[in-house]
Design a protein around this ligand. Structure first.
Ligand SMILES: [Zn+2]
Length: 466
């Protein structure tokens, strides 16, 4: 298949060799549903949706698992704030899981094969912890259970941290129940009768253990690709490795993929810094397919510096692309008869002589090449761009590319509606001012106002105002 992946574990780009050639196991860490997903979440899940689609397109069976952390300090805190009742955390979780699934559908992300919730898999989590206790990797302290980091000699191999350097950093978070400040909680005790009962007492799981237990339950002891945002490398993924390999032996995941952040003014977009836009906020002004196109226009492991100006530019480029593809009627080429996933293995294609397999088109091969090279989407888009005029001469190949873009990139290239920006009083005032500036031939002022409008998500050139 010739897919190459940059593996965080080895810090090298490597040929991807699955454990079983035709059955790929992919685990991506999911969200803690205590608020609406922001653009940074959009980036993670669009990127790994692309990976999922690409693997399927290459004819592989893929099992993709993505969890919901539906029990967590943040959820409990919110339940107390909102209902004055910590036991109602699940209502918060359900509300934001539903919102998140809507946002993912808007972004045209395929549903993973399994989306387990922590609260529905507590017995598996307890079993996993018990296994670690039995093996001497974990210990009970006053109802809590901690992972003994020094019992796992490979600790630090993913984040390339030295355990003794960590020691000095961790010293600030002293917890007298821990035997070693590096140890982390697998189970947090709660008062009797609350949350779940484990052999060592009542409580709830710590954060890291869920992914080890859920990966094992749904994918088995060893998986091909484990992915998530870069911020998860340490401690979350390091701790997952300690848990899974502590219990099940070496090679929990063969490839670790991490996407870089979205930044605003060089700072990571995050809930905690307050410098974020929720996907919903952005969908009010931009078509979700423009957002998806924008997110895929930068390579996944480069930071994406967010500006509304760039989003505007992405919108223009995406629209131009849609216009090119809108001119041809693709129905009679038969591509649209492909399954919804649009993915056929080359084996299936050979038995189906009715339509040509997409992969037989030379341009599709050219587009695939950069994608198979560690998901180099900007390179792929530039290859597409360079071939647009040539493509326009061949309706059949144009339709093949449209199908490829729909199926693999998740971008259907359908004409998107005109502006969705609501004209707020602020925008209306600026439009009026711009008109005045233009009447007075004050072009500098008019341009300055256009930029201000663009920053508000409003493109004065594109919009017809009646
Ligand atoms: Zn995880």
């Amino acid at each position: 298949m010739n897919l190459k992946i940059y593996n965080t574990l080895t810090r090298k780009k490597e040929a991807f060799i699955p454990i079983k050639p035709d059955e790929i196991k992919l685990y991506v860490c999911g969200i803690t549903p205590y608020d609406y997903a922001h653009l940074g979440h959009g980036r993670v899940y669009v990127i790994f949706d692309l990976l999922y689609r690409l693997l399927k397109f290459m004819g592989k069976q893929v099992k993709y698992v993505r969890n919901f952390t539906d029990i967590d300090d943040k959820l409990i805190k919110k339940a107390v704030e909102q209902f004055n009742d910590e036991s109602r955390y699940q209502e918060i979780a359900n509300q934001f899981i539903a919102a998140y699934l809507e946002d993912m559908a808007q972004l045209n992300c395929l549903n993973p094969d399994e989306q387990p919730k922590v609260t529905e898999n507590i017995p598996e989590i307890i079993d996993f912890i018990q296994g670690l206790i039995d093996k001497g990797n974990a210990y009970i302290a006053n109802g809590d259970v901690y992972y003994a980091v020094r019992s796992f000699s490979d600790y630090g191999k993913l984040s390339k941290r030295d355990i003794d350097d960590l020691q000095s950093v961790e010293r600030v978070q002293l917890n007298e129940l821990k035997e070693d400040p590096l140890d982390f909680a697998l189970w947090k005790s709660t008062k009797e009768g609350t949350f779940w009962q484990a052999p060592w007492g009542w409580g709830r799981p710590g954060w890291h253990i869920e992914c080890s237990a859920l990966a094992r339950k749904f994918l088995g002891d060893h998986i091909d690709i484990h992915a998530g945002g870069m911020d998860l490398i340490f401690p979350h993924h390091e701790n997952e490795i300690a848990q899974s390999e502590g219990l099940l032996g070496p090679n929990f995941a063969n490839y670790w993929m991490h996407n870089a952040f979205i930044q605003i003014n060089k700072e990571k977009m995050s809930k905690s810094l307050g410098n974020f836009f929720t996907l919903r906020q952005i969908f009010e002004q931009y078509d979700p397919m423009v957002i998806r196109f924008y997110l895929l226009s930068q390579k996944y492991d480069n930071p994406l510096e967010f500006t509304f100006k760039d989003l505007q530019d992405a919108k223009k480029t995406y629209r131009r692309l849609c216009n090119v593809f809108a001119e041809v009627d693709c129905d009679h080429y038969g591509f649209s008869k492909l399954p919804v996933m649009g993915v056929r293995s080359s084996r299936e294609a050979k038995t189906d002589s009715g339509t040509k397999d997409l992969i037989e088109y030379p341009l599709i091969q050219k587009l695939l090449e950069p994608l198979l090279d560690d998901l180099n989407t900007p390179k792929m888009l530039s290859v597409l761009h360079d071939n647009i005029s040539l493509l326009q001469e061949s309706p059949e190949e144009l339709c093949a590319v449209k199908e490829f873009m729909t199926v693999v990139l998740g971008l259907p290239l359908e004409l998107i509606p005109e502006e969705k920006v609501a004209i707020t009083p602020e925008i209306a005032k600026l439009i009026k001012e711009r008109e005045n500036a233009r009447t007075q031939k004050d072009w500098a002022r008019a341009d300055a106002i256009r930029d201000e409008l663009a920053a508000l998500g409003f493109d004065d050139k594109d919009t017809k105002i009646s």
